[in-house]
Ligand binder design. Structure first.
Ligand code: NAD
Length: 269
């Protein structure tokens, strides 16, 4: 049984991770860490997600939560990432970091800690999204400049930014495959007299409505054929499942900073 601790256990993602751990028969929860002052402190992690008692109370002491852990999963805030990293180095635990918005300084701290422990860091932990990204990038390279690229994304009516981070990341991968920067190729708006399509550009379209969890389509439109890639997210649990896949992969591995592409065997030398 792989011994796992969850950092940020009371958060939205933390709870998804807890549920997935309780469903798995090869994982056991040994620590659940939350912030000081959390009214849920001391509550059992199992009860938190409507499962039976796990015998693991929520704690605000990292060293207590991590002392028996082989791997930690972190979905917290950038402000606590440094302390989480230090604690994992101290305990010799691997760490999977899903927290987004890390500063460059923190990325450096992560690289430093990766000399001592295995770290998997991914701004998107979904297995499907990572596979999708990889195949889109490969297609962009193989198809070449003769195919017009159009990226469409759809999200729920509450989302406040556009295009989505994933759509932008897709654009960056496609531009990179063409040896360019996204800024040079992106077309975010079309309205009125647009003129004909400029060859080589990457067009973005955005849909907002209802409860759509997240959809991304990338179309490579050639003169005689079209290739389309599509990903639909139906539940944010996909991020937790990906994080647990990364945890299983990272435990016992040599120290280093790894990506989901490494976890999924998509990295190429
Ligand atoms: P959330 O606000 O629901 O949860 C964050 C939790 O961190 C809170 O419960 C808070 O109590 C806890 N926390 C704060 N300080 C802490 C400390 N010192 N020790 C332990 N816990 C502490 O947010 P969320 O929706 O669960 O997202 C968390 C992070 O994960 C965000 O950065 C989000 O962008 C990111 N995220 C990443 C992915 C991915 O695939 N990489 C997917 C979803 C969310």
């Amino acid at each position: 049984m792989l011994k796992v601790a969850v950092l940020g256990a009371a958060g939205r993602m933390g709870r998804e991770v807890l549920s997935c751990i309780f469903e798995a028969d090869d994982l056991t929860l040994v620590g659940a860490v939350t912030e000081t002052g959390d009214p849920l402190l001391g509550r059992d992690a199992g009860e938190l997600v409507g499962a039976s008692s796990a015998g693991v109370p929520l704690t605000d002491e990292r060293s207590h939560g991590l002392h028996a852990a082989q791997v930690a999963i972190d979905f917290t805030l950038p402000a606590v990432t440094d302390a989480n990293l230090r604690a994992c180095v101290e305990h010799g635990a691997a760490i999977v970091i899903g927290t987004t918005g890390l500063e460059q300084r923190q990325q450096k701290a992560m690289e430093q800690a990766a000399h001592e422990i295995p770290i998997v860091y991914a701004r998107n932990m979904s297995v499907g999204v990572n596979v999708f990204m990889e195949f889109v990038a490969r297609a962009a390279k193989a198809l070449g400049d003769g195919y017009d690229v159009e990226i469409t994304e759809s999200h729920h009516r509450h989302k406040v930014d556009a295009p989505s981070g994933t759509a932008l990341a897709l654009g960056e991968r496609i531009a990179g495959a063409r040896g360019r920067k996204l800024d040079e190729l992106a077309v975010y708006e079309r309205h009125g007299k647009t003129g004909p399509r400029v060859p080589g550009t990457i067009g973005f379209s955005v849909v907002r409505g209802g409860n759509v969890v997240g959809e991304h389509a990338v179309r490579f439109i050639g003169a005689e054929e079209e290739v389309e890639f599509f990903h639909r997210a139906t539940d944010r649990k996909m991020f937790a499942r990906g994080a647990l896949r990364a945890a299983r992969w990272a435990a016992g591995r040599a120290p280093g900073l790894y990506s989901m592409a490494d976890v999924l065997g998509l990295s190429r030398d």
